[in-house]
Write a protein that binds this ligand. Structure first.
Ligand code: H79
Length: 434
């Protein structure tokens, strides 16, 4: 979806330091829909009933599943936490739940996928998060609504025997299983509520806090995992704001206060593996998205979609490696960094982002400038300036309004402006010698 979900965090929201420090995580959408290979909403887009969808369970071998490979690639890309779809909207569970057979246990693979995943991530020092879908298009008590695969059937009859209070118990039971079997779990990404009036007009039987039992669910999460981070899609205030495929224009606030936030983004527009969606964001663009988020106080949860056999496609591996190359040189400008608190003012050029970590200011140039960068408000504050990738010195001068350098050439700069002198060519772009 290209829609930023309506969301809200508690104005008092806070998250543990590890999360803000990390800044960059891996989202993994994997389930039997990877075999259909045409978007994770295929079940409802094509109005498949469970019997039709069963073919994907029947052919789910996951014979190339190698969570240590995923974890290593996440770590090398500079990610520090991983959030995997334990259950998506199709209701299929990646673990062998006591509460349903609609799980990996009923596939040719036949055994728990989350245990090995959690172990592999921990070995790489990654924090564990689970995505859990509030929607469930398979559960017999989940009432048919406007998003459901059976929405064009005889809905009244279908819903006659369905009881959302039983579904609520199932949902709570699942979360209890996940938080006890795989503890410690650092993060839960619930998805999603659609109960407000606007949505009720479009989508009959919208569902929200009452249907999910959100307050009770949240209390259980906190009881089982006191330090857990829970996102804001339960229709009650959460610990962070979770814009979807959307980069906020500035720091996100609730009641005027900055709140923790995390943008989730796809590589190619689909969350689940989509064989035919070949438009991929470049590593350069993804790095800009990461930097843009950090400059506004946010994290990036970047999605990858393993294929039906469990492998990361070559383009995904290359993209992660490309990001990793950048992170190797520039990590400290994002990890542990955040928005600028110094009273600095970008005078030009404008296509830049600023981040700050302690007393270090990082200037990210999204386009290479015409030799000079001017920052206002830094008079007397600059001790040293360098390019980050190689540590090379950047010379700078502080504007002195009483001096007319080069005639009137440097006019127009306010007092306290600092002008940095960059090489004409971007130095990491090699020019072939002919
Ligand atoms: O798991 C990925 C997606 O499958 C899932 N969230 C990410 C992380 C997702 N996709 N879309 N959405 C969540 C939101 C969907 C919103 C819509 Fe609607 C459904 C727009 C129109 C139909 C809800 C109901 C909002 C308006 C009506």
């Amino acid at each position: 979806s290209d829609i930023a979900l309506p969301s809200g965090a508690n104005a008092e929201a806070s998250v543990p330091d590890w999360f803000t420090e990390a800044r960059f995580g891996m989202f993994i959408h994997w389930g039997v829909y990877a075999l259909a290979a045409r978007h994770e909403w295929v079940m409802t887009r094509e109005e498949m009933d469970a019997a039709t969808y069963q073919r994907y369970l029947d052919h789910f071998e996951a014979d190339r599943y190698d969570p240590r490979d995923w974890a290593r690639r996440a770590r090398e890309a500079g990610m520090r936490y991983v959030v995997i779809t334990a259950k998506h909207h199709d209701g299929f569970c990646l673990w062998d739940s006591d509460l349903t057979d609609w799980s990996v246990a009923s596939t040719p693979h036949g055994r728990d996928l989350l245990g090995p995943f959690v172990e592999a991530c921990r070995a790489e020092g990654l924090r564990i998060g689970f995505y859990y879908s509030l929607l469930d298009w398979h559960h017999p008590d989940f009432t048919v609504d406007g998003l459901h695969p059976l929405r064009n059937g005889d809905v009244e009859t279908l819903n006659a025997g369905r009881d959302l209070t039983r579904y609520r118990e199932y949902l709570h039971g699942h979360v209890r299983e996940l938080l006890t079997r795989y503890a410690p779990v650092s993060y839960l990404f619930f998805d999603f509520s659609y109960s407000d009036d606007d949505h009720k007009r479009d989508v009959f039987n919208g569902k929200g806090a009452a249907e999910w039992g959100s307050e009770e669910l949240l209390a259980m999460c906190r009881e089982l995992q006191p330090d857990i981070i829970v996102n804001d899609r339960l229709d009650v205030p959460g610990d962070l704001v979770s814009p979807e495929q959307y980069q906020p224009l500035g720091p996100m606030t609730v009641a005027g206060r900055p709140v923790p936030w995390e943008a989730c983004q796809t590589l190619n527009g689909s969350w689940g593996y989509d064989r035919d969606e070949l438009h991929h964001k470049s590593p350069e663009l993804l790095v800009r998205m990461l930097v843009d988020g950090v400059s506004n106080g946010g994290n990036l949860l970047l999605n990858v979609a393993p294929d039906g056999r469990g492998a990361l496609p070559p383009v995904v591996r290359d993209t992660l490696a490309g990001i990793g190359e950048w992170m190797e040189l520039h990590e400290r400008s994002v990890r542990g960094a955040g928005p600028v608190t110094l009273p600095v003012d970008v005078l030009g050029p404008s296509d830049v982002r600023l981040t700050q970590r302690g007393d270090r200011l990082y200037l990210h140039l999204f386009a290479w400038p015409m030799r000079h960068v001017h920052l206002g408000g830094l008079g007397g504050r600059v001790a040293y300036a360098q390019l980050l990738h190689d540590g090379s010195e950047i010379r700078w001068t502080e504007a002195d309004p009483t001096v007319r350098a080069y005639g009137s050439g440097m006019g127009g700069l306010p007092a306290g402006a600092v002008t940095f002198e960059l090489p004409v060519l971007r130095p990491d772009v090699l020019v072939p010698v002919v």
